[in-house]
Design a protein around this ligand. Structure first.
Ligand SMILES: *Cc1c(COP(=O)(O)O)cnc(C)c1O
Length: 392
């Protein structure tokens, strides 16, 4: 069977090498503990589940949804942006609900990119930006992020030719995988850059509300005039522990939102309505559980940082995101080799930074989304490994 080039060109699955090692260790009877995947272990808050149960009983919710969502959901998203960010959105023109933000992120390039067009993608970064660009026939130009810059891109060093051919610049703060955050001044510079170069900014705000130590993450749309040149993706997945329910949103520039809604209406039929009801309940409801979840993650983060430092890794406690991003000890070059050694010696899985791009080499990422008891057992093994004692 001959498959299309776009499928043949797909990079090997990010964790292919790691998955093999995990399988190997398991077959030897090792109890593998994975810090690999960013998927909240804590359940969706009770009142949100109850609203789904009620909505599931209504026959009106058993039928095809509209692909651009219930007006009530678009209004709830607009209310959320008002309440959370002080940003006023037109629910009928500046909001489109998504079947998880990944869906919209993957489809956006179909709205912007013709063959030969460029997407600027920060490196290291979430892989979907690049895959969506490839599916649309576009080219990717990587914009490296560096620790010394707080993992913010040097916009004035983007090559002129790439900027001229670029249709979109992807940004993501709070950032996966580095945990870095951006302040409003950076977003102001980015909006100015986008205006000067006539490039759309697509900002991924998936970790808006997974924040620690009193940090409050801004929306790019808080910047004056941002919606002339930007859209923003947001998601209930990480903030409301709703990864399994698939609810996200794109908001901002109305021309682009309209294009995305049109593309989607030809590809999907929207979020199941009972789940849209659930999302409305989440967005309009109390936020005390979010605070409690973040306290759990922050406590895990603090315990992880102590042990990672014992291993000689250099790490700054992140102010947001579900990840600890740690620099390998001096003399270690390959994040994949280091991760492999950890699995073999301790049965603990971490993600090599190289999986997120060339600029991620030299780092590993640990996710804080595993239950406390498992996390502590994993950290116990790493601490033993640090002292040269047997970990398993
Ligand atoms: C998790 C994640 C998403 C996708 O979340 P959805 O569940 O599809 O809404 C998007 N961007 C980044 C950077 C993520 O880490």
């Amino acid at each position: 069977m001959r498959l299309a080039r776009r499928v043949e060109q797909l990079p090997p699955y990010l964790f292919a090498g790691i998955s093999r090692l995990i399988a190997q260790q398991r077959s030897r009877g090792v109890d593998v503990i994975s810090f690999g995947i960013g998927d909240p272990d804590l359940p969706t808050p009770r009142h949100i589940i109850e609203s789904l149960q009620r909505a599931a009983e209504l026959p009106a919710n058993h039928r095809y949804p509209e692909s651009d969502g219930l007006p009530a959901l678009r209004q709830a998203i607009a209310r959320w942006y008002g309440r959370r960010h002080g940003v006023a959105l037109d629910p009928d023109a500046e909001v489109v609900p998504l079947i998880g933000s990944k869906e919209g992120i993957a489809h956006l390039p179909l709205c912007l990119i013709d063959p030969g067009d460029v997407a600027l993608i920060t490196d290291p970064g979430y892989p979907v930006y690049e895959i969506g660009t490839m599916f649309a026939g576009g080219e990717t130009v990587h914009v490296p992020l560096r620790e010394e810059d707080g993992w913010l891109p040097r916009l004035d060093e983007i090559p002129a030719d790439a900027a001229r051919r670029a249709r979109v610049l992807w940004l993501n703060y709070p950032n996966n995988p580095t945990g870095a955050v951006a302040d409003r001044a950076f977003f102001e510079r980015a909006v100015r850059w986008a205006r000067e170069h006539d490039v759309l900014i697509a900002h991924d705000l998936a970790y808006a509300d997974v924040t620690y130590d009193g940090y409050v993450a801004p929306s790019l749309l808080e910047v004056d005039g941002a919606r002339d040149v930007a859209i923003e993706f947001n998601s209930l997945s990480k903030s409301f522990n709703m990864t399994g329910w698939r609810v996200g949103m794109a908001v901002g520039n109305r021309t682009v939102i309209d294009a995305l809604a049109r593309v989607k209406s030809n590809l999907d039929s929207g979020i199941p309505q009972a789940i849209q009801q659930m999302a409305i309940t989440a967005l309009d409801g109390p936020l005390d559980e979010l605070k409690r979840h973040n306290e759990v993650y922050a406590a895990r983060r603090d315990r992880a940082v102590v042990v990672l430092r014992q291993l000689g890794l250099r790490v700054e406690p992140p102010r947001a995101s579900l990840y600890v991003w740690a620099r390998l000890p001096a003399g270690e070059r390959s994040s994949a080799d280091y991760a492999q050694r950890l699995i073999e010696a301790t049965g603990v899985v971490v993600t090599p930074g190289r999986s997120y791009g060339e600029a991620g080499e030299g780092y590993i990422r640990l996710s804080l989304t595993i239950a406390d008891a498992r996390l502590d057992e994993g950290l116990r093994r790493l601490a033993a490994f640090a002292t040269g004692a047997p970990a398993l």
